[in-house]
Ligand binder design. Sequence first.
Ligand SMILES: C[S@@+](CC[C@H](N)C(=O)[O-])C[C@H]1O[C@@H](n2cnc3c(N)ncnc32)[C@H](O)[C@@H]1O
Length: 287
Amino acid sequence: MRVVPTWDGSDRAAGSHQQVGYSVGQTVAVAIVSPVRGTVVERLVAAGCVAAADEAEKLIGAAPDDNTLEAWIRRREQGEPLAWIIGTMQFCGHTVRVDHGVYVPRPQSEELACRAAALLPSEGVAVDLCTGSGAIAVHLRADVPTATVIGVDVGMREVACARRNGVSVLAGDLDQPLRPKAFDVVTAVAPYVPTGALRLLPVDVQRYEPRLALDGGDDGLHLIRRIVVAAGRLLRPGGWLLIEVGSDQDQALSPVFAACGYYPATAWFDEDGDLRGLAAQAKRSGC
Ligand SMILES: C[S@@+](CC[C@H](N)C(=O)[O-])C[C@H]1O[C@@H](n2cnc3c(N)ncnc32)[C@H](O)[C@@H]1O
């Protein structure tokens, strides 16, 4: 049950509580390998978990004893994010701790993290705004170990979580704690779901994940616009802002990029052709 903010209708990746068919061959293999595992898979499938086999593996592998495993399965059956239950998840091949209540990094954000790492000079400085668990900063640090990478988040639970992931984090509102013109790369996976579309998110996401991490205001761009402006202040000329967006939000943002001294932004898309992010290079500092 991947909890992806697919408010734009592309909810195939979310898979929350969707039933999936398992082939006979798969079921037999599960039964032969482990009756316990087979039971866990069946329970997760019945609860609507799309990646039931994979998740069963993770639950069984991480549970210290049978009682804990049973409690964890029950929590998962209720739709609680797997990462909160077992405490970690994989992002760009790194094990990232995700504390209870902290937004679970999405696989779709790995592309942004990889693109940002490729643009970060070896001695460069990057900031991940709205860092949450710090997953993107973790990847930047690992991929460009000689660079300086920091994170910022407004939530104290998020700040603590990112610190536990080894990220240098400042608590604050976007660029408020940062020095202008000091950064080569700014990344942000910020809330960008329009308020009216929050009810279209998978039920589990609505029930469990923090609204502060999801709600982007009436057009989804309240914080994103502020980030484009803030990054304009933070970036050195030639530096890059990479930001996650969806739907057709790129169009609404073009004038903001132009007004803040960026070259026209380049978009990237997922395999279904849905917009997933924008990268824009700063011509000059400031908006
Ligand atoms: C969608 S989550 C993304 C977290 C992380 N970047 C990731 O991809 O897993 C958005 C994050 O933005 C943070 N946030 C919301 N408003 C903020 C603000 N004004 N300044 C800094 N962080 C903010 C939330 O606390 C949340 O952790």
